[in-house]
Design a protein around this ligand. Structure first.
Ligand code: FAD
Length: 328
């Protein structure tokens, strides 16, 4: 058992600039607006603070760290979790590299943007637009961070992180404490190698091609308009609850279409509801608990399997739940 008071005091003393919160409700940090407390949350503002916090917490106190970005793909147990949460928000460096400094063979005209893992996808996409660079238009409406986007290989409207990320730097857990740079982070559909590794994503390089700012802006506006029309953005959610199932006979299969086909729009458990606007979203209509959402997901999964034979896999990541709760 970690002595959280002692760890808090030790971090206060050894890394005075590090922002710390005790008994922090995770509902304040997830877009679902659910989740109980964690005993300690650290909000570093530099890579050095991340390294120092991990070193003290893991080596001296045996604490388990959990890394998060904007909490837009997270479902946290109502009981919280007995973990140190390190939130990347403060790693907000965003720079355009000097022209030609880094060459990417496949993109000789490419320009490189370096972004801290806490930078929001919206800010990143706007920065690319301001610099007349194309390739990140898809990212504008994704309400996560650069770190979460890499971890999930986030994507939309035909674009995804794998198409523009050219290297990722991450910090291993102590005692390794290595900063590792990967040029190929094992991207596949909503997956990166970081899902199998306990590493903190620190910063990411993107290589983008020059483009016409008016065209880039028009594309971003079009995607934003489509989101407003199709998605229940007025309610808290974590976006698509389930991943896209594998193709059948070379044809894509969409989780939302299957859920809709089974007549599940509007299905409700407590404060959680399958959105009436977009069946792929579960929304918090007010006062939903994590238990409500998990129970609703289980019902949707069971009905879809019974009626279509397709097993839906969750896209949302979870914290503070036993594997068997989650695996229904
Ligand atoms: C309204 C809405 C619309 C959405 N639309 C889309 C969409 O179009 N496409 C899409 O792909 N997703 C979408 N999402 C889901 C979500 O925004 C993405 O999955 C996003 O990439 C998650 O980023 P985050 O920073 O919020 O990550 P979090 O939710 O904080 O974390 C997600 C996972 O990433 C890990 N992680 C986060 N940061 C780090 C880090 N620095 N180091 C190591 N691990 C880290 C966490 O441990 C966790 O397992 C949507 C969500 C909402 C609410």
């Amino acid at each position: 058992m970690t002595n959280w008071n002692a760890l808090y005091d030790r971090l206060r003393g050894s890394v005075p600039s590090l922002e710390l919160r005790r008994d922090e409700p995770m509902s304040r940090h997830t877009t679902f607006k659910v989740g109980g407390p964690v005993p300690l949350m650290a909000l570093p503002k530099s890579e050095e603070e991340v390294r120092q916090a991990m070193s003290v917490a893991v080596l001296e106190f045996g604490a388990h760290p959990f890394f998060m970005g904007k909490g837009s793909n997270l479902l946290v147990s109502d009981a919280g979790a007995d973990l140190l949460v390190i939130k990347a928000d403060g790693l907000d460096r965003l720079e355009l590299e000097e022209e030609g400094k880094t060459q990417v063979a496949a993109r000789p005209n490419g320009r490189v943007i370096v972004a801290g893992s806490g930078v929001s996808m919206a800010r990143l996409a706007n920065f690319a637009l301001e610099n007349g660079l194309t390739g990140l238009e898809f990212a504008h409406g994704i309400p996560g961070s650069v770190g979460g986007g890499v971890y999930m290989n986030a994507g939309a409207y035909g674009g995804e992180m794998s198409q523009v990320v050219t290297s990722v730097s991450s910090a291993d857990l102590p005692p390794e404490e290595m900063i590792r740079e990967l040029k190929d982070p094992g991207f596949s559909y909503r997956h990166s190698v970081y899902q199998e590794r306990n590493e903190f994503i620190l910063r990411v390089c993107f290589t983008l091609e020059p483009g016409d700012p008016a065209e880039i802006k028009a594309k971003m506006d079009d995607f934003a308009q489509r989101r407003r029309e199709k998605q229940p953005l007025e309610y808290p959610s974590a976006g698509s609850t389930f991943k896209r199932p594998p193709e059948v006979d070379g044809q894509p299969v969409y989780a939302a279409a299957l859920i809709d086909q089974c007549g599940l729009k509007g299905l409700t458990v407590g404060g959680a509801q399958v959105s009436e606007k977009h069946a792929g979203f579960i929304v918090n209509k007010g006062g939903a608990t994590c238990n409500d959402i998990v129970e609703l997901m289980a019902q949707v999964r069971e009905r879809v399997f019974r009626e279509t034979g397709v097993t839906l896999e969750p896209e949302v990541r979870y914290l503070g739940m036993e594997e068997d709760t989650w695996n229904f």
